[in-house]
Write a protein that binds this ligand. Structure first.
Ligand SMILES: [Zn+2]
Ligand SMILES: [Zn+2]
Length: 99
C-alpha cells in the first residue's frame, strides 16, 4: 500500500481534531487542548511527532508547562502516559472506520 504525503497530512489533521475531543488524561474534564511533545520516543533522530499528544484541560496543561513533563509525570505517576498515548492512537485509528 502506498500512502501519499497529502493523505498523511490529512490524517494528521484528523488526529489533531480528534485529540481535541478527548477528555483530560488527569481529571477527565472534557474541554481540553492537546499538548504535543517535542520529541518522539527514542530521543535522538526522532523529530517532533504530532501523534504523541496528551489531551489536557487548561489547568493540567498549564501545570505541565509550569513544572515540566518529567515532574508532571512524577506527580501523576499512577497515570501511565506512554500506555495512554499508544491507546489513543489505537482508538483514533478505530474511529476512522466509524463513518
Ligand atoms: Zn485536567
Ligand atoms: Zn503544551
Amino acid at each position: 500500500m502506498k500512502i501519499s504525503i497529502s493523505s498523511m497530512l490529512s490524517l494528521k489533521e484528523k488526529f489533531k481534531e480528534w485529540i481535541r475531543k478527548q477528555p483530560c488524561l488527569i481529571c477527565g474534564q472534557e474541554s481540553t487542548h492537546a499538548h504535543y511533545t517535542k520529541r518522539g520516543y527514542g530521543g535522538m533522530g526522532m523529530k517532533g511527532h504530532d501523534l504523541i499528544a496528551h489531551p489536557l484541560c487548561p489547568v493540567h496543561h498549564g501545570e505541565q508547562h509550569e513544572i515540566g513533563i518529567a515532574s508532571f509525570k512524577a506527580k501523576y505517576k499512577n497515570i501511565d502516559f506512554d500506555w495512554l498515548v499508544t491507546q489513543q492512537i489505537v482508538d483514533f485509528l478505530e474511529s476512522l472506520f466509524d463513518d
